[in-house]
Design a protein around this ligand. Structure first.
Ligand SMILES: [Fe+2]
Length: 298
């Protein structure tokens, strides 16, 4: 369950003041004092009842000079550029009866997609009753991350991110399965960036089976490796072999095996490659390798 942070101020601030203060704070979500200081700034921004409407009206009117493009789609609005190790974001949470929910479907808004996060973030309920979540916790270190792997999720509670509520979602600890808000809602986020986070995976979970269903976090390195191997260049294959044997990221090691398997050409070569995967020393690669070998012979 994300840490719930007590409200502590009735003051408000502008978006600029909040972004400025957070940039100087060097927010560390593992440090309780730093978390409280950052949360107070988020609370001040949450107390500002007009800034978001003004920003959205400016966008609707085409007054977008200096605005930050969002790479997250229309649900997420980036409010400030990355400064220091944070940026600010607003998220829109439609209700089931809202048109965008009916036309785009629940999964477009990550409703009913149980997941953890490979980053920590502070969040506040800014508008409306808020999305509801079933909250779980799990032990990231005990999970290798392959699809179908058992994951011991401990249910904590179901609750809503109501207006004014402040929470810290802890990277690779808190899992939630979101349900639609009862009416249109908005949350604000202080997103914490950690240079190492791309090597920690974000997982989707199957709650009925209590399993990892898939890796959700995108990783450009993995895509680059797959493309390089698909090109057939000899040095790319040498590099992939090195990655498959030694890289600290199990996910990248698996990508190396999958990329080479796709180029194997015949079942015997592919089986030989996956046999190496079984003894690679990586739980994630070994589990997939065993399945792939069974599929080849079955
Ligand atoms: Fe989430």
């Amino acid at each position: 369950m994300p840490d719930v942070i007590e409200n502590s101020t009735r003051q408000s601030c502008s978006l600029g003041e909040c972004a400025e203060a957070l940039a100087e704070l060097e927010f560390d979500p593992r440090d309780p004092q730093s978390t409280i200081e950052a949360a107070v700034w988020l609370e001040r921004l949450t107390n500002n009842r007009t800034f978001l409407a003004e920003l959205l009206i400016d966008r609707l009117a085409g007054r977008t000079e200096g605005e930050v493009d969002s790479g997250f789609g229309p649900q997420a609005i980036v409010l400030s550029p990355v400064r220091g190790n944070v940026f600010l974001r607003a998220n829109i949470w439609p209700a089931e009866h809202d048109l965008c929910f009916r036309t785009s479907g629940a999964s477009s808004f990550v409703y009913g997609v149980p997941h953890d996060h490979n980053f920590s973030f502070l969040t506040s309920g800014y508008l409306g009753p808020g999305y509801r979540s079933d909250y779980f916790e799990y032990d990231y270190g005990s999970v290798a991350g392959y699809a179908g792997e058992p994951a011991s999720l401990r249910f904590v509670e179901r609750s809503a991110l109501s207006e004014g509520k402040l929470m810290l979602y802890r990277a690779n600890v808190d899992v939630h399965s979101q349900l639609p808000a009862e009416s249109l809602s908005v949350s604000l986020n202080v997103m914490h960036l950690d240079p190492a986070q791309c090597w920690y995976d974000q997982y989707g979970f199957d709650l009925e089976r209590c399993e990892v269903s898939r890796v959700l976090s995108p990783n450009a390195t993995e895509a680059f490796l797959r493309v390089a191997v698909a090109s057939g260049a000899e040095n790319a294959l040498d590099f992939a072999d090195w990655v498959g044997r030694t890289h600290p990221s199990e996910r990248l090691r698996l990508a190396s095996f999958e990329a080479r398997a796709a180029q194997a050409g015949d079942p015997v070569s592919e089986d030989s490659l996956w046999r190496k995967g079984e003894s690679s020393g990586s739980l994630m690669v070994a589990a997939v390798a065993t399945r792939r070998r069974a599929a080849l012979t079955g």
